[in-house]
Design a protein around this ligand. Structure first.
Ligand SMILES: Cc1cc2nc3c(=O)[nH]c(=O)nc-3n(C[C@H](O)[C@H](O)[C@H](O)COP(=O)(O)OP(=O)(O)OC[C@H]3O[C@@H](n4cnc5c(N)ncnc54)[C@H](O)[C@@H]3O)c2cc1C
Ligand code: SF4
Length: 549
């Protein structure tokens, strides 16, 4: 029996994703042209539920979007950065890097420590007050196209489809949301963005996008150890010098500390576990005392884009555009992308409003693509464009030293390196297991360090169990012959939520996918050595439920 037809709704603009980019775009559209009908779809059960960030926020985006925000008591940016420290960690000691050697752009003064999830909830209220419709709990599952191929909107996924594809009693057909323009604001490795980049060849002539996985915990610590406004970053131990990454540790209000660890996904050793490296980091003698007598409140993980200036794809396609981290506007050495997400949402919104005012629809917003490199976003990313390639090429010590030099010369207006390439995509960096060293990790102690399952528990992750698996393995035979037999099953280690397991049954290895644990970080979609896993949105509302990450 064929599915019943979908109902449809018409809007001027559909925005996919209620992160800072999507919400900024929606707010700006209504500021510029209040009569426009604008809808924002969000796959999380509520706005902010899937937002995970540091976050130290550069307020330049908010200053442009809501110039009066500092006078708004509801604004959740209450903790100005008061102290900014960088450390190099060895196995037993820590060396502070004096602030004066850091390039000025790395300075965090005038920035705020906040929960980006809370910022999004506040922005959503602002958007709704302007008349934007926000639909949380609805994932955009596919783009809609007209006969010429232009994007004409999106369709939300069907609800109530059982794992075997049959319809359960609560079955509900998805909705078609038609629009003159569609803005894709899905964040890093968006599932629709991935399809659109392929379909419209948006990455032709660009460097491959690069990623890291960021794993984060929120702690309430002993008040005696809390230093409100302190921002601390480390690099070095426990990662070896050929593996990029480092930690962040931000002291918010109320004795809260946001601690996280980013591992660059071009790591080579398939035995490495980013989750376990993070747990190990917390045991360092310079770090562990911060958490003594503290309590872990929340956990989560999310991919972060790291390709920067040279990896940003073409932003526009007929009928819409990519905004925010769906395009990859993170300034890697600053670990900041939320300000550029807001600015790109605004830049795209201005072009959409102007096009609609001229009576246009479903065409390409060429002015947006033409504008970003000369905008504040382009200037921010251009001066740090070589940091990631230098780090990948020369390892942590050499790469950071050369990257620092390049950032200094860029502040003076030139680079000794031009614009460096990234080499290949992250999945291609993984080496076969034979010939690489196994890595031994200690079991979590349940106080300072934890295992993955108890961690997923505090991410409040929930999915409808009886639904098709949203982690689609294209070719199961290849997964066995290559991911398992050649690469040693790295998915069992890179996934921060224990979704993937190779289980021995009668001497045979069987791939088990515990899809209900998935925290939507997108790492499997990026790091699978054969690009054999596609992450697609599960039923809307499923996934983590971060209260304030
Ligand atoms: C560990 C970590 C630390 C970071 N630290 C900082 C920091 O300190 N400062 C800083 O400025 N930046 C930081 N960043 C980067 C920052 O979080 C991003 O640049 C920013 O969140 C990008 O905003 P966005 O709106 O483009 O995407 P996101 O914030 O990822 O939001 C995308 C939204 O779209 C939704 N969505 C995705 N797909 C769909 C779909 N198909 N249908 C419906 N909804 C969908 C998601 O659920 C999500 O709510 C960090 C990132 C990470 C991972
Ligand atoms: S299954 Fe993939 S997207 Fe989900 S948590 Fe694991 S690595 Fe992340």
């Amino acid at each position: 029996m064929s599915d019943p037809p979908r109902e449809s709704m018409d809007f001027d603009v559909v925005v996919v994703g209620a992160g800072p980019a999507g919400l900024a775009a929606a707010i700006r559209l209504k500021q510029v042209q209040p009569a426009l009908s604008v809808v924002v779809l969000e796959k999380g059960a509520e706005v902010g539920a899937h937002i995970l960030s540091g976050a130290v926020i550069d307020p330049s985006g908010l200053d442009a979007l809501l110039p009066d925000w500092r006078n708004d008591d509801a604004a959740p940016l209450k903790t100005p950065v008061s102290d900014d420290r960088f450390y190099w960690l060895g196995p037993a000691g820590a060396m502070r890097i004096p602030n004066f050697v850091m390039p000025p752009l790395m300075n965090n003064h005038d920035n705020y420590i906040a929960s980006l999830g809370d910022v999004c909830r506040w922005l959503a209220n602002k958007a709704e007050a302007l008349g934007v419709e926000i639909f949380p709990g609805f994932a955009a599952a596919e783009t809609l196209h007209n006969e010429a191929g232009a994007v004409t909107g999106v369709a939300t996924g069907d609800m109530g489809v059982a794992r075997d594809g049959t319809h359960s009693p609560g079955f509900q057909r998805g909705m078609e949301l038609n629009a003159k323009y569609t803005l894709i604001a899905e964040g890093a490795r968006g599932s629709l963005a991935k399809q659109l980049i392929g379909r419209f060849d948006l990455d032709a002539g660009r460097e491959p996008q690069k990623y890291g996985i960021g794993i984060k915990e929120l702690w309430q610590i002993d008040p005696a150890r809390h230093r409100r406004g302190l921002v601390q970053h480390t690099f070095g131990w426990p990662l070896d010098s050929r593996t990029g990454g480092g930690s962040f540790l931000y002291h918010l209000d109320d004795n809260l500390v946001s601690v996280g660890f980013v591992v660059h996904l071009n790591y080579k050793n398939p035995h490495l576990s980013p989750f376990e490296e993070f747990q190990k980091f917390k045991t360092h003698p310079a770090i562990a005392p911060i958490f003594a007598d503290g309590k872990r409140l929340a956990y989560g993980a999310r991919a972060i884009t790291e390709g920067g200036f040279q990896s940003v794809p073409k932003l526009t396609f007929p009928g819409g555009a990519l905004v925010g981290c769906a395009a990859g506007f993170v300034n890697v050495p600053r670990i900041k992308g939320s300000h550029n997400a807001i600015l790109s949402g605004m830049l795209a919104a201005d072009q959409v409003a102007a096009a609609i005012a001229e009576g246009r629809s479903h065409d390409e917003l060429v002015a947006y693509e033409a504008a970003w490199r000369e905008s504040a976003i382009g200037r921010d990313l251009k001066q740090v464009r070589n940091v990631k390639p230098l780090w990948s090429k020369f390892g942590t010590l050499g790469g950071i030293a050369l990257g620092g030099l390049d950032m200094w010369t860029n502040t003076l207006g030139f680079s000794l390196f031009g614009t460096l390439g990234h080499g290949g995509p992250d999945h291609a960096a993984t080496l076969p297991a034979a010939g690489t060293k196994a890595v031994a990790y200690r079991r979590g102690d349940g106080t300072l360090t934890f295992d993955r399952l108890s961690s997923v528990f505090v991410s409040n992750t929930m999915h409808e169990e009886d639904q098709p698996v949203h982690l689609r393995v294209r070719d199961m035979a290849l997964q066995k012959s290559s991911e398992h037999d050649v690469y040693g099953g790295p998915s069992a280690r890179y996934c921060p939520a224990a979704v993937y397991e190779w289980v021995k049954e009668g001497g045979e290895a069987r791939y088990v996918i515990n899809a209900a644990n998935c925290v939507h970080c997108k790492t499997c979609d990026i790091k699978d050595p054969n690009q054999n896993i596609d992450w697609v949105p599960p039923e809307g509302g499923g996934g983590p439920n971060y209260p304030n990450m």
